[in-house]
Design a protein around this ligand. Sequence first.
Ligand code: G3P
Ligand code: MG
Length: 252
Amino acid sequence: MTEFSFRNYTGIPYLIGHRGALELYPENTLISLKSAIEMGIEIIEFDVQMSRDGELIIIHDDTVDRTTDGKGFVYEMTTEEIRLFDAGTKFSPSFAGEKIPILDEVLKLSASSNIALNIEIKNGPVFYENIALKIVRKVLEFDLRDRTVISSFDHEALYDAKKVDSKIKTAPLSVNRMHRVCDYLRELKADGFHPRWNYLTEELISELHDNGYFVNTWIVNEESQFTKLAEWGVDAIGVNNPLKFKKLTEHD
Ligand code: G3P
Ligand code: MG
Protein backbone atom coordinates (compact mmCIF):
# COMPACT_ATOMS: atom_id res chain seq x y z
CA MET A 1 0.00 0.00 0.00
CA THR A 2 1.50 3.33 -1.03
CA GLU A 3 1.45 6.08 1.53
CA PHE A 4 -1.33 8.65 1.21
CA SER A 5 0.10 12.17 1.07
CA PHE A 6 -1.94 14.42 3.34
CA ARG A 7 0.14 17.30 1.96
CA ASN A 8 -1.76 17.94 -1.25
CA TYR A 9 0.21 19.91 -3.82
CA THR A 10 -2.43 19.97 -6.57
CA GLY A 11 -4.38 23.08 -5.55
CA ILE A 12 -7.54 20.97 -5.63
CA PRO A 13 -8.42 20.12 -2.04
CA TYR A 14 -9.17 16.59 -0.97
CA LEU A 15 -12.71 16.08 0.26
CA ILE A 16 -13.16 14.83 3.81
CA GLY A 17 -16.54 13.23 4.44
CA HIS A 18 -17.57 14.52 7.88
CA ARG A 19 -18.91 11.65 10.00
CA GLY A 20 -19.25 9.94 6.60
CA ALA A 21 -21.77 12.10 4.80
CA LEU A 22 -23.91 13.36 7.66
CA GLU A 23 -26.25 15.46 5.55
CA LEU A 24 -27.31 12.40 3.57
CA TYR A 25 -26.94 9.50 6.03
CA PRO A 26 -27.10 8.95 9.80
CA GLU A 27 -23.76 10.29 11.07
CA ASN A 28 -20.91 7.95 12.01
CA THR A 29 -22.78 4.81 10.93
CA LEU A 30 -21.37 2.21 8.58
CA ILE A 31 -23.85 3.18 5.85
CA SER A 32 -22.73 6.80 6.12
CA LEU A 33 -19.02 5.95 5.98
CA LYS A 34 -19.44 3.33 3.24
CA SER A 35 -21.53 5.70 1.13
CA ALA A 36 -18.95 8.47 1.53
CA ILE A 37 -16.23 6.08 0.33
CA GLU A 38 -18.38 5.14 -2.66
CA MET A 39 -18.74 8.82 -3.59
CA GLY A 40 -15.07 8.70 -4.57
CA ILE A 41 -13.76 11.18 -2.01
CA GLU A 42 -10.26 10.90 -0.56
CA ILE A 43 -10.79 10.93 3.24
CA ILE A 44 -13.51 9.96 5.72
CA GLU A 45 -13.72 11.49 9.18
CA PHE A 46 -15.32 9.84 12.20
CA ASP A 47 -15.31 10.23 15.98
CA VAL A 48 -14.23 7.72 18.62
CA GLN A 49 -15.36 7.39 22.23
CA MET A 50 -14.99 4.39 24.58
CA SER A 51 -17.47 2.03 26.25
CA ARG A 52 -17.37 0.77 29.84
CA ASP A 53 -15.71 -2.42 28.65
CA GLY A 54 -13.02 -0.53 26.75
CA GLU A 55 -14.36 -0.94 23.20
CA LEU A 56 -13.70 1.91 20.74
CA ILE A 57 -17.13 3.23 19.78
CA ILE A 58 -17.83 5.37 16.70
CA ILE A 59 -20.05 8.18 17.94
CA HIS A 60 -19.72 11.97 18.15
CA ASP A 61 -21.34 12.75 21.49
CA ASP A 62 -20.37 11.25 24.85
CA THR A 63 -23.99 10.08 25.20
CA VAL A 64 -26.20 8.13 22.79
CA ASP A 65 -29.14 10.48 23.37
CA ARG A 66 -29.04 12.72 20.29
CA THR A 67 -28.42 10.12 17.59
CA THR A 68 -30.14 6.95 18.82
CA ASP A 69 -33.28 5.68 20.51
CA GLY A 70 -31.29 5.12 23.71
CA LYS A 71 -30.16 7.26 26.62
CA GLY A 72 -26.97 7.44 28.65
CA PHE A 73 -23.24 7.94 28.60
CA VAL A 74 -21.14 5.74 26.34
CA TYR A 75 -18.59 5.18 29.15
CA GLU A 76 -21.31 3.80 31.45
CA MET A 77 -22.52 1.14 29.02
CA THR A 78 -21.08 -2.11 27.69
CA THR A 79 -20.62 -2.64 23.97
CA GLU A 80 -23.45 -5.16 24.05
CA GLU A 81 -25.82 -2.56 25.50
CA ILE A 82 -24.68 0.12 23.04
CA ARG A 83 -25.19 -2.23 20.09
CA LEU A 84 -28.87 -2.60 20.95
CA PHE A 85 -29.60 1.03 20.07
CA ASP A 86 -30.95 2.14 16.72
CA ALA A 87 -28.66 4.81 15.24
CA GLY A 88 -30.63 5.26 12.03
CA THR A 89 -34.26 6.06 12.77
CA LYS A 90 -33.75 9.52 14.26
CA PHE A 91 -32.17 10.58 10.97
CA SER A 92 -34.84 8.85 8.91
CA PRO A 93 -37.04 5.77 9.43
CA SER A 94 -35.61 4.42 6.17
CA PHE A 95 -32.34 3.81 8.07
CA ALA A 96 -33.99 1.88 10.90
CA GLY A 97 -31.73 -0.83 12.28
CA GLU A 98 -28.41 0.95 11.71
CA LYS A 99 -26.10 0.24 14.65
CA ILE A 100 -23.44 2.33 16.34
CA PRO A 101 -20.24 0.87 14.84
CA ILE A 102 -17.08 -0.14 16.68
CA LEU A 103 -13.67 0.90 15.36
CA ASP A 104 -12.83 -2.61 14.11
CA GLU A 105 -15.77 -2.52 11.70
CA VAL A 106 -14.80 0.86 10.26
CA LEU A 107 -11.16 -0.14 9.86
CA LYS A 108 -12.19 -3.39 8.17
CA LEU A 109 -14.42 -1.45 5.78
CA SER A 110 -11.62 1.05 5.09
CA ALA A 111 -8.99 -1.63 4.55
CA SER A 112 -11.03 -3.01 1.67
CA SER A 113 -10.82 0.34 -0.17
CA ASN A 114 -8.19 3.04 -0.78
CA ILE A 115 -9.84 5.58 1.48
CA ALA A 116 -7.70 7.69 3.81
CA LEU A 117 -8.85 8.11 7.40
CA ASN A 118 -9.24 11.03 9.76
CA ILE A 119 -9.85 9.41 13.13
CA GLU A 120 -10.95 11.96 15.70
CA ILE A 121 -10.31 11.06 19.31
CA LYS A 122 -13.09 12.42 21.51
CA ASN A 123 -11.55 12.92 24.93
CA GLY A 124 -13.05 15.45 27.33
CA PRO A 125 -14.99 16.42 29.30
CA VAL A 126 -15.37 12.64 29.60
CA PHE A 127 -11.79 11.29 29.58
CA TYR A 128 -11.02 7.74 28.50
CA GLU A 129 -8.02 5.85 29.84
CA ASN A 130 -5.50 4.96 27.13
CA ILE A 131 -7.84 5.85 24.26
CA ALA A 132 -4.96 7.06 22.04
CA LEU A 133 -2.94 3.93 22.73
CA LYS A 134 -5.88 1.68 21.86
CA ILE A 135 -6.67 3.53 18.63
CA VAL A 136 -3.07 3.53 17.41
CA ARG A 137 -2.77 -0.20 18.09
CA LYS A 138 -5.90 -0.84 16.03
CA VAL A 139 -4.64 1.29 13.13
CA LEU A 140 -1.39 -0.70 13.13
CA GLU A 141 -3.25 -4.01 13.41
CA PHE A 142 -5.24 -3.17 10.27
CA ASP A 143 -2.11 -1.89 8.52
CA LEU A 144 -3.68 1.53 7.92
CA ARG A 145 -1.03 3.81 9.38
CA ASP A 146 0.11 5.07 5.96
CA ARG A 147 -3.31 6.54 5.18
CA THR A 148 -4.45 7.70 8.59
CA VAL A 149 -4.32 10.99 10.44
CA ILE A 150 -5.47 11.19 14.04
CA SER A 151 -6.99 14.48 15.14
CA SER A 152 -8.41 15.73 18.41
CA PHE A 153 -9.35 18.81 20.36
CA ASP A 154 -7.51 17.05 23.20
CA HIS A 155 -3.97 17.68 22.10
CA GLU A 156 -2.53 15.61 24.95
CA ALA A 157 -4.16 12.56 23.37
CA LEU A 158 -2.26 13.32 20.16
CA TYR A 159 1.00 13.52 22.09
CA ASP A 160 0.11 10.16 23.66
CA ALA A 161 -0.48 8.70 20.18
CA LYS A 162 3.03 9.76 19.12
CA LYS A 163 4.47 8.07 22.20
CA VAL A 164 2.90 4.79 21.05
CA ASP A 165 4.12 5.15 17.47
CA SER A 166 6.23 8.12 16.38
CA LYS A 167 5.22 7.54 12.74
CA ILE A 168 1.47 7.82 13.23
CA LYS A 169 0.30 11.14 11.80
CA THR A 170 -1.44 13.59 14.11
CA ALA A 171 -3.06 16.99 13.68
CA PRO A 172 -4.64 19.09 16.45
CA LEU A 173 -8.10 20.52 15.93
CA SER A 174 -8.65 24.18 16.75
CA VAL A 175 -11.50 26.65 16.84
CA ASN A 176 -9.23 29.48 17.90
CA ARG A 177 -6.42 31.47 16.44
CA MET A 178 -3.20 30.19 17.92
CA HIS A 179 -0.09 32.10 18.86
CA ARG A 180 3.06 30.81 17.11
CA VAL A 181 1.22 27.78 15.83
CA CYS A 182 4.23 26.23 14.06
CA ASP A 183 6.24 26.25 17.28
CA TYR A 184 3.30 24.59 19.00
CA LEU A 185 2.95 21.92 16.31
CA ARG A 186 6.66 21.19 16.54
CA GLU A 187 6.43 20.79 20.31
CA LEU A 188 3.44 18.47 19.87
CA LYS A 189 5.35 16.48 17.18
CA ALA A 190 2.30 16.93 14.95
CA ASP A 191 2.22 16.47 11.18
CA GLY A 192 -0.59 18.86 10.29
CA PHE A 193 -3.15 21.31 11.61
CA HIS A 194 -6.98 21.03 11.52
CA PRO A 195 -8.41 24.53 12.09
CA ARG A 196 -12.01 25.52 11.61
CA TRP A 197 -12.22 27.24 8.19
CA ASN A 198 -13.17 30.68 9.44
CA TYR A 199 -9.93 31.02 11.42
CA LEU A 200 -7.79 30.45 8.34
CA THR A 201 -5.98 32.99 6.21
CA GLU A 202 -3.93 32.57 3.08
CA GLU A 203 -0.85 33.73 5.02
CA LEU A 204 -1.39 31.13 7.73
CA ILE A 205 -1.74 28.34 5.18
CA SER A 206 1.52 29.42 3.53
CA GLU A 207 3.31 29.61 6.85
CA LEU A 208 2.12 26.12 7.79
CA HIS A 209 3.11 24.70 4.40
CA ASP A 210 6.51 26.39 4.53
CA ASN A 211 7.06 24.63 7.84
CA GLY A 212 6.06 21.25 6.43
CA TYR A 213 2.55 20.97 7.88
CA PHE A 214 -0.58 20.00 5.97
CA VAL A 215 -3.75 22.01 6.61
CA ASN A 216 -7.11 20.25 6.70
CA THR A 217 -10.04 22.48 7.49
CA TRP A 218 -13.73 21.96 8.34
CA ILE A 219 -16.80 22.24 7.96
CA VAL A 220 -17.50 24.15 4.77
CA ASN A 221 -21.08 24.43 3.54
CA GLU A 222 -20.91 27.23 0.95
CA GLU A 223 -19.35 26.88 -2.48
CA SER A 224 -17.84 30.38 -2.28
CA GLN A 225 -15.98 29.48 0.94
CA PHE A 226 -14.81 26.24 -0.61
CA THR A 227 -13.45 27.98 -3.70
CA LYS A 228 -11.64 30.62 -1.66
CA LEU A 229 -9.96 28.00 0.56
CA ALA A 230 -9.01 25.99 -2.54
CA GLU A 231 -7.37 29.09 -4.05
CA TRP A 232 -5.45 29.60 -0.84
CA GLY A 233 -4.05 26.07 -1.25
CA VAL A 234 -5.64 24.29 1.70
CA ASP A 235 -4.93 20.54 1.55
CA ALA A 236 -8.33 19.12 2.45
CA ILE A 237 -11.80 20.36 3.35
CA GLY A 238 -14.32 18.62 5.57
CA VAL A 239 -17.89 18.71 4.27
CA ASN A 240 -21.25 17.29 5.33
CA ASN A 241 -22.38 16.57 1.78
CA PRO A 242 -19.49 15.41 -0.43
CA LEU A 243 -21.74 15.14 -3.50
CA LYS A 244 -22.39 18.89 -3.39
CA PHE A 245 -18.66 19.69 -3.56
CA LYS A 246 -17.42 16.86 -5.76
CA LYS A 247 -17.93 18.88 -8.93
CA LEU A 248 -15.64 21.61 -7.54
CA THR A 249 -12.80 19.07 -7.27
CA GLU A 250 -13.23 17.54 -10.71
CA HIS A 251 -10.98 19.30 -13.18
CA ASP A 252 -9.91 18.17 -16.66
O1 G3P B 1 -12.74 17.16 11.99
C1 G3P B 1 -13.57 18.22 12.12
C2 G3P B 1 -14.75 18.00 13.01
O2 G3P B 1 -15.13 16.66 13.03
C3 G3P B 1 -14.51 18.48 14.40
O3 G3P B 1 -15.67 18.74 15.07
O4 G3P B 1 -17.50 18.30 16.58
O5 G3P B 1 -17.73 17.64 14.22
O6 G3P B 1 -16.23 16.35 15.70
P1 G3P B 1 -16.83 17.70 15.40
MG1 MG C 1 -15.31 14.94 14.34
